[in-house]
Structures are given as C-alpha cells and as structure tokens.
Write a protein that binds this ligand. Structure first.
Ligand code: CO
Length: 508
C-alpha cells in the first residue's frame, strides 16, 4: 500500500479505537455518577466485553498498520511523531493477552464497587479480597510489559511514560527535608490562622452556582462539557468536544467544592484544548498524567490560592453568602485557604503536607507490588506511616487506607504523578510569567485568557507528541526542576504567615 494511503488508514482505525474508548469512558463516568449499586455486575461485564473488543482493534487492525508505517519516513514532522508515538503506545498494549484485558476490566470494576461499600462502612475486609486480586493482576500485567529493575517501573510507565521508580524516589528525597523544615517552622511558631468561617453552613445549591460561575470565568466551555457531582471528583475527557467534570459538595466546608471545581477545571481546559481535528491520534491526547495534573494544580494552587485570585473572587463569593462572610476580610480568606495543618485526608491537604500523603502511598504501593507487604498488613502499615509523617492517629479505615479510589482501579503508579504535577505547575508558572509578564495583574482582574493562551501554545497543542520531559524542555528550556516548586511554596507561606523564613537548604 502506498504510504499516504496507509497513513489515512491509520487515522481511520485510530479514530475508531478512540470512539470505542470514549464509549467505555462514558460507562465508567456513569458508574461513578448516576448508576445504582445494583447494576454493578452487568456494568462490569459490559466494560470487560468492550475492553476486549477495543483490544482486538488494536491488535488486529491498528498494530499491523503501525508496524508497516514504521518502515517509512514522513517529511511532515507531526505525521512522523504521531506514528512513532502511537506505535510506542499500541506496541505496549498488545503485549497484554485479550483474556487478561477482559479479566482486568471486570475485576477493577467489581473492586471499585467493593471499595465504595467498604469505604461507606469503614470495613476494610469487604475490599481486601478484591484488592488482593487486583494486585495479583497488576503484577501479572507488569510481567507482560516487562521491566528491568522493578515491576513497579512497568506500572508507573502507564501513567508517566519513561519515568522510573528510582527517579520518583529521587524527587521525593529532594523535597522531603525542605518540606519538613517548613512544616516544623510553622508548627513551632504557633502562628494562628482563623479558618472557622470556612466550615459554617454553605447551602449546596449556592455552592454549585458559585462553582459554575468560576468555571465560566476560567474558560470551561459548557457547550462541550458538563459538571456533575460524585464522591470522588474527576475529569473524563471523552473527546475535546465532550469533557465531563465532577465536583463534590460539603455543606460544612466551602473549600471542598471550590477547589475540587477549580482543580477539575484545570484538567478540563487541557482536554478541551486538545486538537479535535486529529481525534484518536497522539496529538489529540494528553501528554501524561503528571502534565495533566500540572494543569489542575496550576489552576487550583498557583492561581486559585493566590491573593490576587481572591481579590477578584472574594467579593463575588461574599455576594453568594453574605450572612456567613459579611464580616470576613479578603486577607482572612487568603490565609484560611492556605493554612498548613497536617490532616488525615489527602484531597483536603494543604500544599506542604500533601506531598507526604503521596510519599506514603508511593512507599506502600511499591511494597505491595514487590510482595513485601500483604493486603492484610496494609491498614496497619498505613496508620504507622501517617503517624510517622504527620504525627496523627487514624481513627478508622474510611479516613485511612480506604479514602482513595485509585487502588481499586488497579492504578498502581498513579499517585506520584500528583506530586510531579505540582512541581511542573510551579515551573510552568515561572516561565509563563517570564513570557506574558505579571500573572497577578491579569488574575486580579479576572482575566484568565492570557494564561490559557500560554498553556495552549506550550502544552495543549502538542498533545502526546512528546514525553513529559521533552514537553517541559520545549516549554521552559529545562527539564523538571523541583526548586521552582520549593521557591513558590516558601514565598507563598511567607506571605500567608507574614514571616520571613529563609531556608538553609539550597533551592537553586
Ligand atoms: Co487531578
């Protein structure tokens, strides 16, 4: 076949595979938002049949085309990258036998349901047998993919292509001591920040109205996406033209819906900003989970927890809740949403202690995958680590080992991408500012367009054509450098706590 014809064939089949993938994602979205628990077994079967159908398309149609295309050179750089990247992704997928793909899909769907019940009842034994099975399958999967040092590397590679466990360890080693020093400093100085008002009564409907208000301003396109409620907030990009986000609302904690919404909006802007004309090709897919997370964290933390953000939004928020916030000042709001306080729950953690939540999950999942830790020992190992990192006692498993959905999805190797996302976000912020000038100047006017435009130009438009590392280098001129994050966090906390903390460690 002539090479252009072959390329067109590739585009057609890739689109078909992506359409099927989108249908599966929609079923998964429904499972987490509207589906009733009684439907779970049928849904698990539906997902597993579709997964095996999808796998057949990759194996029997897409992979042979890509193998042939790899024999050619294309002058067009985007075509060439699309082929190379798609080949890499698909070649890995087809290493998995079809019956394994089916078993995986069915098991994780069931496991997710068991996790939900276990979490609601704080009853780990409900989840344990399924978790054991998921871990066994994850190790099997790593075996199919192959690895040099640790099976965990093979799993990590699914979320963050190219990175190794050793590299992740290195990043954590670099930030651990500085973050502990900051945490100690804040705790030893008994600074007082009053954040009581965040936990008064905030009616759900008004919170949702405010969430919608923010989404519209930040640039979420409601014609190509929607906002719903779920236990665990998430974004599902079915296509750039159909991006679903969810938030969660706690009437006793206004920050929950605000920051879940902004976080997911960051993910959604990325998904909506991908190239819709080449749907199914790497250029139309997100780069990696850490880059995805850099987008959510950029908006949630670097922007959403900045003083200027609240300069613009606080009067608006107060107009929604005048009875609760009438007496509260802008400065109080800024400080309250940035208060550093060790807690049990990852998703409500501040920007310092958050990374200890990730480190402990990373250490535990490595031990689980290596077989050094059994699922029976997991809850006590969890509690032990919370005590040593954050000095807290875990009263029950709902607030401990059962709090996150990830392991029930079989997502081992996912957690580190959250921390990496924060590090990337700080680096992007730094270089964005170099390019467009003071970001605060735009944010305090509620003008987010120049920020989105920079992201579109440097991140969105490349999709998955490059690795995280290559993309970061293109956008910022250097590979990931955690000192941007450390500098950001120190300067933020100096403002919040009105202190002048000068770290002894080197941040350059
Ligand atoms: Co996220």
């Amino acid at each position: 076949m002539e090479k252009e014809t072959l390329y067109n064939e590739f585009v057609k089949v890739a689109e078909k595979a992506a359409n099927l993938q989108a249908a599966m994602s929609l079923l998964a979205w429904d499972q987490e938002t509207y589906m009733k628990p009684g439907s779970i077994h049928r849904r698990a079967k539906q997902l597993s049949d579709l997964a095996s159908f999808h796998h057949q398309i990759l194996q029997l149609e897409l992979f042979p085309i890509l193998e042939s295309l790899m024999d050619y050179e294309f002058d067009h750089p985007i075509k060439q990258r699309n082929i190379e990247q798609a080949y890499k992704i698909v070649a890995k997928e087809v290493l998995l036998p079809e019956n394994f793909v089916k078993e995986w899909a069915e098991t994780v769907s069931e496991a997710q349901c068991a996790w939900q019940i276990a979490k609601a009842n704080s009853h780990y034994p409900t989840f344990e047998p399924l978790l054991r099975k998921v871990i066994q399958l994850a190790r099997q999967k790593a075996g199919y993919f192959g690895y040099e040092e640790s099976p965990y590397d093979a799993l990590l590679d699914e979320y963050e292509p190219g990175i190794t466990r050793k590299q992740v360890q290195h990043f954590f080693e670099t930030i651990k001591k500085p973050l502990l020093t900051i945490l100690d400093h804040i705790q030893n100085h008994e600074f007082f920040i009053d954040d009581q008002f965040l936990f008064y009564h905030y009616p759900k409907e008004k919170q949702l109205l405010f969430s919608n208000h923010i989404l519209t301003n930040l640039g979420f396109d409601f014609d190509r996406g929607r906002l719903d409620i779920s236990v665990h907030p998430f974004t599902m990009g079915l296509a750039p033209e159909d991006v679903r986000i969810t938030t969660r609302v706690d009437e006793k904690d206004i920050t929950m819906s605000i920051y879940s919404t902004i976080h997911e909006c960051g993910h959604a802007l990325y998904e909506q900003g991908l190239n819709p004309k080449m749907y199914g090709l790497p250029i139309s897919e997100p780069c990696s989970l850490s880059i995805h997370e850099s987008q959510s964290r950029f908006w949630e933390n670097n922007i959403g927890r900045s003083f200027t953000f609240w300069q613009f939004y606080f009067p608006i928020l107060r107009s929604y809740f005048p009875e609760v916030l009438g007496e509260v000042t802008l400065e109080q709001m800024f400080k309250a949403v940035n208060k550093v306080k060790p807690g049990l729950i990852r998703i409500s953690a501040d920007e310092v202690t958050y990374h200890f939540h990730i480190m402990l999950r990373f250490e535990l999942e490595c031990a689980l995958i290596d077989g050094e830790l059994t699922t029976d020992e997991l809850p006590s190992a969890w509690n032990e680590k919370i005590r040593s990192y954050l000095g807290l006692d875990v009263p029950n498993d709902t607030q401990g080992v059962l709090q996150d959905i990830h392991w029930s999805h079989g997502a081992f190797g996912y957690f580190p991408t959250y921390s990496l996302g924060s590090f990337y976000a700080a680096q992007f912020y730094h270089y964005m500012e170099k390019s467009i000038g003071s970001i605060d100047r735009y944010v305090k006017e509620g003008n987010f367009q120049p920020l989105r435009q920079w992201l579109q130009e440097h991140i969105f438009r490349y999709g998955r054509l490059y690795s995280s590392e290559e993309l970061c280098k293109k956008a910022t001129g250097e590979t990931l450098n955690v000192s941007y994050f450390l500098k950001y966090i120190i300067s933020k906390l100096n403002a919040v706590y009105e202190m002048n903390f000068q770290p002894e460690f080197q941040v350059d």
